[in-house]
Design a protein around this ligand. Structure first.
Ligand code: ADA
Length: 566
């Protein structure tokens, strides 16, 4: 995995990022013919991680693909982690079924107990089919849903006991100078084992205890006081290494101390009132799909920082760990969400949809629980939040997220008109996705709309919550301009963002903006009818990351305030 720090010093890890074999299973016969044991001879080669669509001849393929590679281990047990497989997969090792995972963009792992030392074969059956009822995402989204083993695969050799997960929480003192820290460490062992667990913050030993584990064991370490804290803040990525250690294993992560809260229509970071200056970013490039190389990710973050942003919304799915590692280091806030995009009532109420979305939220939270950059968990994007089913579901998602983490804010991007919207109360921040002046009404309508939303919030007894404009924008084709104010020109796009950004920055109760969008992205075949070049062209840079006129317009506005947006 591309990480910006070592996550273990004791465990031997092997990257499976290399050339694998693959075969498309167009007739769906792989299972009957047991391809997990007898991999077809007519396979092709593909570098993993990557998106299948970016190999000649495979663009837009929907169906099942089988992948195969080999690995060697020197211990009896191993642990395999997949950074993300889109959308679902079955995993086989040495011809034996290991497990199933559903959830594009989400990380998952399997313990491979007793596989034995030596050579092993790994086969992964991947399916990326979507429908209009219970896949996440559904068909007809506004991006190209590249398939494949899109992120790194890694094997960890493990002993009879190992550290499976570490979750850190803390409460800062009122003066933000100290914190009370709690750690929840999950161990897994293959028999009853006595060991000693030690917890370090940077090099300081915080705690040490003898433990006995049999199977999965949770060790709760509570109430450790940390003094002289250097806060994580905007552009100040002050991070601490936290290490859990056993005699033969260790697991390292990074944390940052910060507090995010809302009060009286405002958002506070470490007690200071802030305004979000953000962009929506798809982690996508037409030649790499979702499997973007680190250099390109870094370039995106540099361009966004140069724009004056203090925040990014990861529209519409969990981003790679490399991106989030960078944001942790750069001190840039992140909104993370799962790809529940545009679900109508029939899809929201479907049991399988709900199960899948809730489990993707769990995966996302588990992977990123320790990251300071994440300040908002996004429940979903533009689902039909006017129906009772959505209200019930919003309540469930909100509850699950809060049960796992009370330290971050929860929101969702709403696209339902204020008179019909019934889910605001399940959001700590009211986030609005609208395109007045592009798809409907005129840009001036924003004022009426925002006043209506505020009235509605007041009538629901949630008038003290902050509002964010989570999406707004206009299309602009790179290099195309005109003396007239017409759609798709760089000039019209730039004027639109100039008008709206200035309006929002002065609007009482509005605490931030995420421009739609950072860069032009490939869209789905369905959406292409209204999208020149089959791209969503609302990027303020194009797909090659070249700036449009609007990039400089936004930069002028975003850099006219301090880093907190004040
Ligand atoms: C929606 C959606 C985005 C994009 C945007 C647009 O708000 O959330 O993914 O499709 O509209 O460009 O219309």
């Amino acid at each position: 995995m591309i990480r910006l720090f070592e996550t273990t010093t004791k465990r031997k890890t092997y990257s499976l990022d290399k050339r694998w074999e693959y075969v498309l299973d167009k007739e769906n016969k792989g299972k009957d013919e047991k391809w997990y044991k007898n991999f077809p001879k007519n396979s092709k080669k593909i570098y993993i991680p990557s998106c299948l669509d970016n190999e000649f001849g495979n663009f837009g393929f929907e169906g099942t693909t089988w992948y195969k590679t080999e690995f060697i281990t020197e211990k009896e047990n191993a642990f395999i982690t997949f950074g993300a497989v889109n959308n679902e997969c079955e995993v086989y090792v040495d011809g034996k079924y290991i497990g199933y995972h559903y959830g594009a963009f989400c990380e998952f792992s399997f313990t491979l107990s007793g596989i034995g030392k030596g050579n092993h074969t790994l086969v992964v059956m991947v399916n990326n089919e979507t429908n209009r009822i219970n896949t996440v995402p559904l068909t007809r989204v506004d991006w190209h849903n590249y398939s494949g083993i899109i992120r790194s695969v890694e094997i960890n050799e493990i002993d009879d006991i190992f550290i499976k997960h570490m979750s850190i929480s803390y409460k800062l003192s009122d003066d933000f100078k100290s914190a009370i820290l709690n750690a929840k460490i999950t161990l897994e062992s293959f028999k009853e084992i006595k060991d000693t667990i030690t917890l370090y913050l940077n090099d300081e030993k915080l705690y040490c205890e003898d433990v006995v584990s049999d199977g999965e064991t949770i060790v709760n370490i509570e109430n450790i006081r940390i003094d002289n804290i250097k806060l994580w803040d905007i552009y100040e990525g002050n991070l601490y290494y936290i290490k859990a250690e056993l005699n033969g294993d260790d697991l390292i992560d990074r944390i940052g101390f910060r507090e995010i809260k809302t009060k009286n229509n405002k958002i506070y970071l470490n007690g200071k009132s802030i305004k979000i200056k953000g962009v929506n970013r798809h982690e996508e490039h037409y030649d790499w799909g979702f499997a973007m190389p680190f250099k390109l990710i870094k370039k995106d973050i540099d361009i966004i920082k140069n724009l004056g942003c203090n925040a990014i919304r990861g529209s519409h799915y969990p981003n790679s760990k490399a991106t989030l590692d960078l944001l942790d280091e750069e001190g840039i806030m992140f909104w993370e969400e799962v790809p529940m995009w545009g679900f109508p009532k029939e899809a929201i109420e479907d049991e399988l949809t709900q199960k899948r979305v809730l489990s993707m939220h769990k995966d996302m939270q588990k992977r990123d629980i320790n990251r300071p950059c994440i300040v908002i968990w996004g429940m979903f994007n533009e689902i039909d939040t006017s129906c009772d089913e959505a209200q019930k579901f919003a309540q469930k998602v909100y509850k699950q997220i809060k049960e796992g983490d009370l330290s971050r804010l929860v929101s969702y991007a709403s696209n339902v008109r204020e008179e019909k919207e019934i889910c605001y109360k399940y959001a700590d921040i009211i986030s609005l996705n609208f395109y007045f002046g592009w798809y409907s009404e005129t840009k001036e309508y924003w004022t009426t709309f925002l006043n209506n939303v505020k009235e509605k919030m007041k009538s629901e007894g949630i008038g003290d919550r902050p509002i964010i404009i989570s999406e707004f924008g206009a299309g602009g084709i790179f290099g195309y301009d005109s003396f007239e104010e017409v759609k798709w020109t760089e000039g019209t796009q730039s004027d639109y963002l100039d008008y709206t950004l200035k309006l929002f920055s002065d609007f009482d109760g509005v605490c931030g903006t995420y421009i739609w969008q950072y860069c032009d992205i490939r869209t789905s075949d369905f959406m292409s009818l209204n999208r020149p070049r089959s791209f969503n062209n609302k990027g303020i840079v194009n797909e090659h990351r070249q700036p449009k006129k609007s990039y400089f317009t936004v930069k002028d506005i975003y850099t006219s305030t301090d880093k907190y947006g004040n």
